[in-house]
Design a protein around this ligand. Sequence first.
Ligand code: NDP
Length: 327
Amino acid sequence: ANAPVNVTVTGAAGNIGYALLFRIASGALLGPDQRINLRLLEIPQAVKAAEGTAMELFDSAFPALGTVDIFDDPVQAFEGANIAFLVGSMPRKAGMERADLLSANGGIFGPQGEALNAGAADDVKVLVVGNPANTNALIAASHAPDIPASRFTAMTRLDHNRALAQLAARAGCHVSEIDKVTVWGNHSTTQYPDLTHATVNGAPIPEILADRTWVEEDFIPTVAKRGAAIIAARGASSAASAASAAIDHVRDWCQGTTSSWTSSSIMSDGSYGVAEGIISSFPCTAVDGEWKIVEGLEIDDFSRAKIDASAAELLDERAAVAEMGLI
Ligand code: NDP
């Protein structure tokens, strides 16, 4: 049998954590035969709730689950981590200034980056889910000089999955029949879900793309604002779908993508005119444990403007955290 894999989850007592931990422990991440040791990080006030979740994990008698340890210290929580899901963050509250939001998250993701740098395994892979996820990932990466920046990623897979679901409903097909959809940019309302290259059963979709009213006034805003629609319906944020997308992201990263590409927020190398040094969403494949940007896609004028606008927002966020000394 393979050695156990250490998976650290922050914000473990939260809503996404509650859905995510059971998927990881059930084998959905690395298969039913890979033993996983969970390391849960919480703030001190939430440690007791995390202990309750750990009791339920214990009671599930998952064949793939090894140990479960709970910490309120990031240095201990990230010790030996092969995979880290950074879920806990300081979300924007009504009336909160952007500077307050970014500085609160700097106080979380800076020390977590340092702790990863100090103690994580050499092969560590990091997925940031907690918002503002792309900039939080940048903060963590900048505090981990010994870890390649390519190991710090942010989640746009839920946006990608939402785009697949919306297109499948419009095209009257199953999501599994759709390929070549991309979410570009920031995990925010400036994100650009791009259908230009999309196929249904291998065929392009010119009639759907020609319906600009649907693409621009229905599809794009529906995907970008889906989080708010879920809150309006459920009275709580999306949690299980966010956890499911986090599993999809890390599973594909470890085991390889199976479609032509997916969407992943990774450190930009300047591809497609997106400034280097921001963590932005691209069309990506995962091969041998590394994300690779799919190069050479044609970008039309509409897409160009959308990609540029979202990249500009990421550059603004980077400038703001740089000014605050957070990176
Ligand atoms: P959730 O588990 O619902 O959400 C956690 C984070 O994920 C939020 O920042 C949320 O941002 C973000 N997120 C990203 N994508 C999505 C999505 N599609 N749908 C919903 N959320 C998304 O939050 P809870 O408040 O239930 O739990 C957070 C936990 O984190 C708490 O237990 C808290 O104690 C803990 N925490 C732990 C820290 C640590 O380990 N050091 C630090 C800070 C908090 P948004 O709200 O903007 O959608």
